[in-house]
Design a protein. Sequence first.
Length: 252
Amino acid sequence: MALIVVSRAGWGAVPPRSRSTVGWGTRTHFAVHYSAGSPRDTVRSIQAFHMRSVAAGGRGWSDIGYNFLVDVHGTIYEGRGWETIGAHAAGWNRVAIGVCFIGRDGDVTDAAKRAIRQLYAEACRRKGGELRTIGHRDVNPTTCPGDGLYRWVRAGMPVKGASSTPDPTPDEGEDDMQKTALVAIDGRATWWVKEPEVPLRALIDPWQKAAFERLGAVTLPAAPSASIIVHTFGPLSGRTFDASVDAVNSAA
């Protein structure tokens, strides 16, 4: 069954302010999201919110954050596309293709599930191998993609009449999650670190911030002014950066 996708031109996309791409050798994961808004929201309205400045209540991104979106009718919309780096899962945007269901927890339909599964099958075909599936909450502190959709992802995204593509393997994430850490500076500025072992200088030097991704929606309890608290996921329970040294010290 051919994959039918509404192009950016088809839904009236505004051109991106900038874009960066990766090859299929970099893609390892397939991330499922939900918009947490009305299923009647349009893709254009989601793009407008994502591109609106933070000062004006938006995200301040260069384009719509997702690679693809799916509505309750099972219609698939092109977002950033297959090889453009998205803005949907901090620390995972290079490796993961982000697909968003337009709606809230409980709104997802069988048609939407079939469309997401079709996108997964096509992604594996283009990759030439299996991509591991994750829900947004597997890698970032969020309720996304909602309990119902998340259970479906963890169950292997089953749908009736699915393609012959092998059932997706949910990612347990231990190895990858060790490379993701939530950082709070004095409980105010919060960042996702792609690799916890990067030196503290990378946080301070604005020219080296490529190692980090800002997550402005999260704040943590105030920390001592001389320290940066790092909350890691997976086997590592916690680490602390000491502002007086350019290294990581074990906190647990």
